[in-house]
Design a protein around this ligand. Sequence first.
Ligand code: SF4
Length: 63
Amino acid sequence: MEKELKVIKEKCPKDHKCPAVKVCPVGALTQKNFEAPEVDLKKCIKCGKCSNFCPKKVLVLSF
Ligand code: SF4
């Protein structure tokens, strides 16, 4: 099975600009206002940079 990036939105405090959006090398993450970030799974290369970056563990690479 391929890994897939999941956004665990319930864990996101939704009160700040998501720092992980800038970390993504392919621009797969976007954020509307202070909402939890969204991932474009067609762009995501599953590098794990964002999941290592988010201190709240909202971005998780899992099978
Ligand atoms: S796993 Fe990598 S490519 Fe996918 S959204 Fe996170 S930083 Fe971007």
